[in-house]
Structures are given as C-alpha cells and as structure tokens.
Design a protein around this ligand. Sequence first.
Ligand SMILES: Cc1cc2nc3c(=O)[nH]c(=O)nc-3n(C[C@H](O)[C@H](O)[C@H](O)COP(=O)(O)OP(=O)(O)OC[C@H]3O[C@@H](n4cnc5c(N)ncnc54)[C@H](O)[C@@H]3O)c2cc1C
Length: 327
Amino acid sequence: MKAEIIIIGAGMAGLMAGRILSQAGRDVLILDKGRRIGGRMASRRDVGLLFNHGAQFVTAHSPVFSALCDRASDKGIIEKWPLSGRDNGYSGRPSMRDIASFVGANLTVQQEAEIAHITQSQNSFILQSKSGETYHCQHLLLSAPAPQTEILLRDLAPKLAKVAGLAGYAPCWTVMAELHQPPEGLRAVIKEEGILGWASLEASRPSASPSGAVTLQANASYSERFLESPPEQVIKDITAAYQEAQNIQTLKWGYQRAHRWRYAKVVKPAPPDAPFMEKFSAGLLALAGDWHPASATPGKLASGARAEEALLSGYRAALEILSGLAD
Ligand SMILES: Cc1cc2nc3c(=O)[nH]c(=O)nc-3n(C[C@H](O)[C@H](O)[C@H](O)COP(=O)(O)OP(=O)(O)OC[C@H]3O[C@@H](n4cnc5c(N)ncnc54)[C@H](O)[C@@H]3O)c2cc1C
C-alpha cells in the first residue's frame, strides 16, 4: 500500500496532523495498531454498559482546540462537564472516543495495523507491519507513545529516537465496574483520595443513559507499585478504595474488568526545544504525541499530560511538514 504521507497512530496527535494535512490536499493514510480510533481517548461498550476508561475529560485553552470544541459542541458531540472541576472541561456526550472520531472525520484510518519496522530507500520510507504488510510513503509522521517511537526509530533516526528516550510516563490501572442498585447520594466524581486518582459514575456525564457503570482509576504511585499484579487483586484493591471513599462498605458489584495503561500520562515531556522533524533522502520524518507536547498557552511550558497538548503537537508537526514541502 502507498500514500504520500503515512501517520503512525490514530490518537489525538495523529488525527489532528492527518486533518490538517488532508485539508491541505495531501494524500494521507493513518495506521494504528488498536482496534478502534482514538488511542487513549478510549471508550468501551460491554454488557450494555459504556465506560470511558482513558482520558476523562478534555480542557480547551488554545484557539485551535477551542475552535474545534465549539464546532463539536454545535454538532452535539461534546458538552461542558462541570463535574470535571474545570471551567473549560468537556466530556464527550457521553463517549470520549467520539471526540477523537470528530477530529479524524473523513480521514483514511487503517486499524489493527501495527508497524514493527521502518527503513528507507532513496525515495521512500518502507514500513513493515507485524502481520507482514508493507507500506510505502514519501513522508512519515510518528505519533506513537515515546517508548514505541524510540524502538521504531533506533536504527533509522537515532537523533529523534534519543529525543523520544528522554520522555517518561506514569502508568494507570483502571477498573470498569457495574454497581447494582447504586444507593442514592453517591458522589459522582472523586479525585485524589487514597489510592484513587479519579472515579466517576458514567451516568453523570452529559447525555449519558442511567446505568450503574463506574470507572475507577488508581493514582500513579499505586499503579507503578502494582503494575505487574494480577487484575483480580487490582480490582479488589481499587473497588475497596472506592467503597471507603464513598463511606459505604456494602456496594453490590456486578461486571468488573481491569485495564492497565502502561503509558498513561506524561510525567517527563521531551525538552521543548528538542527537534521533532528531520529531512531524509526519502522525505520528511516528523514526530508528534503528548510526550513531545506543544503548549496550549503562550509563555507556559507544556506538561504533556493533556489531550489538548497532544493534539497541538500533531497540529505543529503538520504545519512543519507543509512548510517543508513548500521549500
Ligand atoms: C487513564 C488516563 C487518563 C487520562 N486523563 C486525561 C484527562 O482527563 N484529560 C486529558 O486531557 N488527558 C488525559 N489523559 C491523557 C490523554 O489521553 C493523552 O495525553 C492523549 O490522548 C495522547 O494522545 P496521543 O495521540 O499523543 O497518543 P495516543 O492516544 O496514545 O495515540 C497513539 C496511537 O499510536 C498507536 N500505536 C502505538 N504504536 C504503534 C505502532 N507500532 N503501529 C501502529 N500504531 C501504533 C496506538 O494504538 C495509539 O492509538 C489520560 C490518559 C490516560 C491513559
């Protein structure tokens, strides 16, 4: 398969880059190893329940993302969610993945395409997927999390691989669970209590259907310490912490699943002046992703821990590619 520009990763960074490049008339193909679009803007439907088990809400500070949020809001895809605790905090209505789908609308995205190896010839990059497919492109943008980007670029682009090696993430154990007959008066959102980093009733999101679905996320220190623990133990610890935070010991639990995010939120972004593009004989090679974030507020350093900064890094990389192509 062939495209002028291939983007690895269909998260907020890759989708925003794809949006800008295809709006500029470029031929873009996005490859993603996951089953669904969105990366960590993740939602899961199971046994009739909807869980948002990745990013909980997005905040809009920059003109670029605020304008997108306004458009998504006009279309009824997102809504301000006061329970996020932020004036400019939005939830999907009610699925967070829908925000990513909105950013990536009309793009060509191939899911379940995990790129395992990248080389270059004189005039193209050659990508090999884990399942044995080959892709060719003239320009390439990587938006996978830093550890995966570092591995993919080690031989091809050691300087950029080194930049990826500077970034660091905290993990996050997340439990998706159902409460049978949730008692009146449960707190809808709990933040930073005990080992909980975040817990919310999914029914408290804008336009959500009534349900007993709760999403519980452990804080970084618990997730780090118990990263390799069996999911059953993690479910036990996190649901117990939730009961304690709600001050009710007799909640009736149904469906329970744990999901481990090995790379959840950036705790150490790449330095702001680190390069994110290199010229090869084949073409341009660019980087994006929350680990190499672009600031949403002028004069303020990006932390990398927010979806908006990931999206803006994709925006920045796309503009840089377009300006490289105009040279
Ligand atoms: C539990 C949790 C809670 C969070 N809470 C918030 C929050 O409340 N607010 C907020 O703003 N942010 C939050 N975040 C952070 C936010 O989700 C991320 O910063 C943002 O979504 C990252 O976007 P991205 O495009 O950089 O990366 P990703 O979304 O990770 O996208 C990268 C994509 O690359 C793909 N990929 C990786 N390797 C390959 C490969 N070899 N071949 C092909 N595809 C590949 C992956 O499948 C993935 O889809 C949270 C994250 C987590 C995990």
